[in-house]
Design a protein. Structure first.
Length: 142
């Protein structure tokens, strides 16, 4: 008398389907990501904040990237980070999709010393981010 192998065969078939879906769909639907890095300057020099404010965390420079939609308006949420003392920055994590971005910059010491001139809605800084070159942004000539 022959034994039926249906339960084992169905189990292997199910496992094959699950693995196929996981392998076949991995990464699909996700945009490629690139690293955005560079420097924020004013007249060729890094933006400075008071050392005592930096030490207690209320003095810092922040850069934010807002991807521009088809209508040319910034989309939320932004990707951003605190800029290093030498003006350098690099967005960590997965990265951002390549494309056109409005770049906002804030110099908190403790209030924004830039007076909102480079905020999300007013910043004249628009760059194509490809991840192939560093972005050097001098606020004196954005």
């Amino acid at each position: 008398m022959r034994k039926r192998c249906w339960p084992m065969g169905l189990g292997l078939l199910g496992l094959g389907l699950v693995l196929g879906v996981l392998i076949g769909c991995g990464g699909k639907g996700q945009e490629p990501a690139v690293r955005a890095k560079g420097r924020i300057l004013m007249n060729g020099k890094p933006l400075a904040v008071s050392p005592q404010n930096r030490e207690v965390g209320i003095g810092y420079v922040r850069v934010e990237f807002y991807r521009l939609g088809p209508d040319g308006k910034p989309q939320d949420p932004p990707e951003g980070m605190v800029v290093n003392e030498d003006g350098s920055f690099e967005l960590m994590g997965r990265g951002i999709p390549p494309g056109k971005y409005r770049i906002a910059v804030y110099q908190y010491d403790p209030d924004d010393k830039l007076g909102g001139r480079f905020d999300k809605d007013r910043s004249p800084i628009v760059r194509e981010v490809t991840g192939k070159e560093d972005l050097v942004i001098d606020l004196a000539k954005p």
